[in-house]
Design a protein around this ligand. Structure first.
Ligand code: VGL
Ligand code: ZN
Length: 213
């Protein structure tokens, strides 16, 4: 850790090191969106209630270019939700979603972002997807979130948002591996839950020590 972050850590209270990390609360994952997560909109008022109680609020944004590798439409002959092999491993094929600079990629209009201090965009490379807000799916490429948190000595993360079984879970698991205290606030998350994906994600989170409140 850099020297100034160490000083910051010594001089701050536990509360000052806590972050509300709002994962992918974007139009395409909400009602009427291209990859709508069931009951996604129900979490927004709750997240808005939590925000003022955190010293730090950070939002993540799924941000793909047209023709992105994760889109089924980029792979003629392949079906939606099929899993294909790519250079960076297995890739599930999704509907076109969160295309950069489109309405679908914007944050939900009801989400209060007044106190959001940092936005992390992920999945920005055409040939590389990212569920985690820390490491993209090749497990090498970093988004910059870890560096930001380290430099500000932010050590404990409260996760809310979409989707529990994909981006929230992958982000929480990487956070634990990187040494953050990681708490998932389940009431303010919603899942896609396809073929047991939610149960598997919860098992993986439990195994690495993500707290689920
Ligand atoms: C997500 C699938 C594809 C998510 C993002 O935010 O959970 N899921 N891209
Ligand atoms: Zn995506």
């Amino acid at each position: 850790m850099i020297d100034s972050a160490e000083k910051l850590l010594a001089g701050t209270t536990r509360e000052q090191r806590q972050v509300l990390l709002i994962v992918d609360v974007q139009n395409d994952f909400c009602a009427g969106g291209a990859l709508a997560v069931p009951h996604a909109n129900a979490i927004v008022p709750l997240i808005n209630q939590f925000s003022p109680h955190f010293a730090h609020v950070i939002c993540t944004q799924d941000w793909h270019c047209p023709g992105h590798i994760s889109f089924a439409s980029s792979h003629p002959g392949k079906k939606l939700y099929e899993i294909i092999e790519t250079q960076s491993g297995a890739q599930m094929l999704w509907p076109d979603h969160c295309v950069a600079n489109t309405h679908g990629a914007e944050f939900d209009g009801q989400l209060d972002r007044a106190r959001c201090e940092f936005v992390v965009r992920k999945g920005t490379h055409k040939y590389l997807d990212s569920y985690s807000a820390f490491l993209e799916n090749d497990k090498i490429t970093q988004t910059g979130l870890h560096a930001y948190l380290q430099q500000r000595a932010l050590t404990s993360l409260f996760l809310v948002g979409l989707a529990t079984d994909y981006c929230v879970a992958f982000t929480a698991i990487d956070a634990r591996k990187l040494g953050y205290q990681t708490i998932m606030l389940q009431a303010a998350c919603r899942a896609i839950d396809m073929n047991g994906s939610l149960e598997r994600a919860c098992e993986r989170m439990d195994k690495v020590g993500v707290s689920r409140l």
